[in-house]
Design a protein around this ligand. Sequence first.
Ligand code: XUL
Length: 534
Amino acid sequence: MLSRAIPSNTATLKSAKYMPTVLGLDSSTQSLSAIILDTNSGAVVAEDSVTFGAEFPNYRQPHGYDESGARGEIHANPMMWLEALDLLLARMVKNGVDFSKVASVSGSGQQHGSVYLRGCFGKKLASLNASKSLKEQLEGCLTRQSSPIWMDSSTSTECAEIADAVGGNDVVCAKSGSIAVERFTGPQIRKFAKTDPEAYAETGIIHLVSSYFASIMAGRNVAIDHGDGAGMNLMNLANGDWDLDLVNATADGLADKLPSCEPSATKSGKISNYFVEKYGFSPDCETVIWSGDNPCSLIGMGAWEAGKIVISLGTSDTLFAAMPEPQTDPNGFGHVFGNPAGGFMSLICFKNGSLAREAVKEQFDLDWSAFDQEELAKTPAGNGGLMMLPFYEPEITPRLDTGGPVFSREGDHCAGETVRAVLEGQFLNMRANFGWLGVKPTRISLTGGASENDGIAQVIANVFGVPVDRLDVPGSATIGAAVRAAHGIGGDLEKLAGQFSQVKEGRTIEPEVGAMEVYEGMVEKFEEFVEAQG
Ligand code: XUL
């Protein structure tokens, strides 16, 4: 058990002048989104989103990433992300958005992904020309043309090497909050340093997706925050700084290539002149360092104090909660990250989220309404004993590669059975793996694209046996990013949650008594089913 809490940035907060309109950006796996909040009136002023696959077919990454790499390598193109930023802001201006009113901007990035840049990146950022694109001006800074993202599972060897070098995974976990994990940034950096030592040597700075964007917004290299930094296997949770044992075990010379590590509410100066000239931002607009999508969601869901459990249904499904003390998962599946409000949060990530649900939807040629309402309704809770391990991709919680979905009973399964099986498999798997948090939930807050589907929310309520609340927020990571932009310049989190993270009236789903009992009896059977495949 770790003892010292990561400090929040109270000094900055007290001295800052509070201003009302804020911008949150969210660079997720499949899209880049923006939201502008008026923190005086509580109104959402504007929102927009660019989907990478649809807007940039030339990158040939229909879901926002390239999965053609060998042995579980999954990378995305950091220049595509920059094209998306220019496109999104230009489109918003064209649609009448007035960025001159924005007092502060912050953001959220898909966690763990990393960008490798020459030492001149900082200098380039300071002198960007508004008549050219970001891509044109920054492309030459890359020492690695692609960015490994959170879906990459290709670094098992490097994980073992890092763990061995520091005395085992118990040590890695006690220091960083997670055992050495394939998708985490440290093992990814080690693999790059081993496979392309020349390009690694040319690398002056390594950013996370979050700090890459934050640096571009600020016009200089800025820090990685404690929320996202904890997802690297490099940060020591006890003091919120780089752990030199882990850093040195990861790659030679790495300490000189990492930005600093700071509390999430750290301001990073006025916005870069590029955005002032090109999109009409005020030169007084403040920037606040970015965080990871899950820490941002914790804020966007108003769940930064212990007591609420959040389930987020996205490309990955995640279950997370604020933590008073940093407790680690004995099975090594769960993680401890920094809580952007100070202290810690727990997180469990399930790789087979929306893509598994989509696979079933496509298999039976359904639309979401038929998936969620018609087909699900054709089968009873418990699916007559039929269970599925919904691991279309190798799963990370638990670590299991079943080579595709596995049913507990052979034979042809109709649409209704398969829809129910994928959902029950996903949420029984969540229930089987969240015990280490030591929290008995009384309610669950649900977010993410699929949270709007009542049928899916009903299965969650029944499997966990508690009411499921849907909040009145369109995208919790994007809202969380905007709320953090306000918090960084002195905004009060409590007040902001009252404005932007309210439970949507009439959208709470109560558990159904008979169904709850069915699932109560199924959890153990599901665990045995998983074990039999292991
Ligand atoms: C969390 C994780 C994913 C990504 C998705 O550890 O890997 O939830 O953050 O964007």
